[in-house]
Design a protein around this ligand. Sequence first.
Ligand code: SF4
Length: 323
Amino acid sequence: MNDTSSEIQNQNIRIASSSCLLGQEVRYDGAHKLNGYMKRSLADYFEFVPYCPEVAIGLGIPRKPIRLVKGNGEVRVVGTENPDLDVTDQLAAYGEKVVPELKGVSGYIFKKGSPSCGMERVKVYNDAGNPVDSASGKYAETIMRLLPQLPVEEEGRLMDPRLRENFVERVFIYHRWQKLVDKGLSAAGLVDFHTRHKFNVLAHDEPAYRELGRLVADAGKGDIEERIGPYITTLMAALKKIATPKMHANVLMHIMGFVKQHLESDDKQELIELIDSYRLEQVPLIVPITLIKHYLRKHPDPYMDQQYYLNPHPKELMLRNHI
Ligand code: SF4
């Protein structure tokens, strides 16, 4: 087992979640929306921290439903049956109150479609009750605005293999960043963190990869505190972009450069063909990755041993078997 594969296991990672997704009966109708994937798979690796903003602001269980309504150019959260009930400001204030608590979590999974918790595309109605637009839920919008680096996702989108893999990768990377900052970030620490995530970034966003390289190259000059904000903002925004098969194939060809001198020409050809099959989406990413890891086990390379790209999340989650 190389350095990154052993390191990825047994971490104490906390993720915030809409309470109803964890099986808590907090919905307006007293029901829950337990998410099977979160319970069966993600719960083995993450500790979930539940938040129900509507209960927290005192709306009670059961309660009359609320929705997003647009009027006078702004979106408010009001009662579906009683438009005089306006909880917009309470939901935003509760979001502001929760933000300091979220400093200890490495991601957030929101309930889709909720006027409070929805991450995006929540229906917005006009006064006549017709859907006219879409927006984020008010509480979720507040959290995302105040913590733009926090990895967030919706439970519905987690059913998409690429979005799911992307979210979990971001959570692990953000968690490592949080631990580094907690320890006290030095210029050397930033360089090491960046070096070990280079291939992760390259698979998501090549221009950001170059931009981050410039930021790190300057890390020794001036105040390190000034580098931290731009670095993590650029990094987390880059990682949000979905890594395509073409971009992964590009990274795999780079990594092949670390083993090819040890390979017979037919082995080299086989690896190239496998990477190409992946690029054409004929086999999943795990196939060429497994062969590259096999060669790296036989011909270890200290630089590649340190790269998180080869072990971005626990293999038991099988996230690369489906992308
Ligand atoms: S979606 Fe959010 S506000 Fe609605 S029940 Fe679930 S946790 Fe509570």
